[in-house]
Design a protein around this ligand. Structure first.
Ligand SMILES: Nc1ccnc(=O)[nH]1
Length: 426
């Protein structure tokens, strides 16, 4: 039981086990670069169709104004959720799945932690498939499996040096991505001959908020994994919120512009990027940058695994997970992106509500150790949130995500209220 293990890494990289102290080296710009790059996604450009045409293929578009407002609202609320968990991570120095030991106790926290491992392996696989598919469009001569292997190797290389990779994003990648996005946006708007608010209405606006919020929420489970390395709480919060919001909105907005002007459906979005002058270069920058997502997913899987097995060497875990997602990416075909996101949103929104309310009420008494006592009762408000999500039909101006969050939050408050009154009367 050595909790005073000698540091065997340089102090500016994450220690190999979870029993060692987290170095506090990341500033606001590091956090903004990380979350800004995670906010941009190849899936966002094409996923914009779910906001624009919320009821599916063949149904009417919402207006461009309604779509943009939905994107801003959903993305900003999702970013606020990421920032809230980042704040707790920066304050405690613990990764997200260790925070759940405080809420549910070490034993019961295994349930959401295993779910998170499954989710992150799914995302890691999905991202490698996405990058490899995009690269096949740009460089058609190379077979997809070769791109999958290349992406897998790059993902592993980035994941074993998590803080070094964040610095790489800050120094080199962010600026290239910003230029590429401005270039694509300017050219697409130019080609469309100017944009109007569009003719559609607002019906389905709530679905658009839901979709973009679900994307934001899907990042929450890794928020504290990086925030715990922040120099200050403020830099974690500001960096995560600003980075995710600004770049997330930019990414969806470019997808929307492509869809309402030049692209004939989501399958044509990337082709419309490639068709602008120097579009190949801009698209390559954005595509290679997508490796930040696959590495972040592999690293989040690693830290979540360490939450269950704190003495395992994170480098070994990352290599194993990286090989696993690469093999899965070679083997599987994934089409059902939207329902995958919804399922994730439903499970983690309630969890987030329980985490936040419990932190506000009882955070100072949280026991984050490997032996913390089980608090089974808090699984009930989480279940209530999930149930609410599936019982509420999606409709205009009703976001299921927000309702499920509020139900779980209220139920957590109720559990605390009842516990308090029981303590007073006995
Ligand atoms: N956790 C994640 C959310 C969204 N995209 C990802 O690649 N990973």
């Amino acid at each position: 039981m050595v909790d005073v293990a000698r540091p065997h890494t340089t102090p500016d990289e994450v220690p190999h086990t979870l029993t060692e102290q987290a170095p506090r080296t990341l500033g606001t710009l590091d956090q903004a670069a990380l979350w800004g790059n995670l906010g941009v996604s190849l899936l966002g450009f094409t996923g914009a169709i779910f906001v624009l045409q919320p009821f599916g293929e063949g149904t009417p578009y919402v207006s461009l104004t309604a779509a943009l407002v939905a994107v801003v609202v959903g993305t900003a609320v999702g970013a606020a959720a990421v920032a809230a968990v980042a704040a707790i991570g920066a304050r405690t120095g613990a990764p997200t799945m260790v925070l759940l030991r405080g809420v549910f106790g070490a034993r019961a926290s295994t349930v959401p932690t295993v779910l998170n491992v499954v989710q992150m392996v799914g995302w890691g696989t999905f991202e490698i498939v996405t990058i490899a598919t995009a690269l096949t469009q740009v460089v058609p001569g190379v077979p997809r499996w070769a791109w999958v292997l290349t992406c897998g190797a790059a993902t592993i290389a980035l994941a074993v040096r998590p803080l070094g990779s964040v610095r790489l994003l800050r120094r080199w990648v962010s600026i290239a991505v910003v230029i590429a996005l401005l270039w694509l946006a300017g050219n697409l708007i130019g080609q469309s001959g100017g944009l109007s608010g569009g003719s559609g209405g607002w019906s389905g606006f709530g679905v658009g908020v839901d979709v973009t919020l679900a994307v934001g929420i899907s990042w929450v489970p890794m928020a504290a994994d990086y925030a715990r390395h922040s120099r200050t709480v403020r830099s974690a919060v500001v960096g995560a919120f600003a980075g995710t919001t600004v770049m997330g909105v930019a990414c969806y907005a470019i997808g929307l512009v492509a869809l309402v002007s030049v692209a004939d459906g989501p399958d044509q979005v990337f082709a419309s990027f490639l068709a602008v002058p120097l579009g190949v270069l801009a698209f390559l920058v954005v595509t290679v940058r997508e490796l930040d997502q696959s590495f972040a997913n592999v690293y989040a899987t690693t830290v979540s695994t360490q939450a269950l097995r704190p003495r395992w060497d994170r480098r070994v875990v990352s290599v194993v997970v990286g090989v696993l997602v690469t093999v899965l990416a070679l083997a599987v075909r994934i089409d059902n992106y939207e329902s995958f996101l919804y399922a994730i949103g439903s499970v983690f929104l309630g969890l987030l509500a329980v985490l936040l309310v419990d932190y506000l009420v009882a955070g100072r008494r949280w026991d984050l150790s490997e032996t913390s006592a089980t608090r089974w009762v808090l699984l009930l408000p989480w279940a209530a949130g999930i149930a609410a999500y599936y019982l509420i039909p999606p409709g205009p101006l009703v976001s299921r995500s927000l309702v499920s969050f509020l139900v779980a939050a209220a139920a957590t408050g109720l559990v605390h209220g009842l516990a308090w009154s029981v303590r007073r009367t006995v």
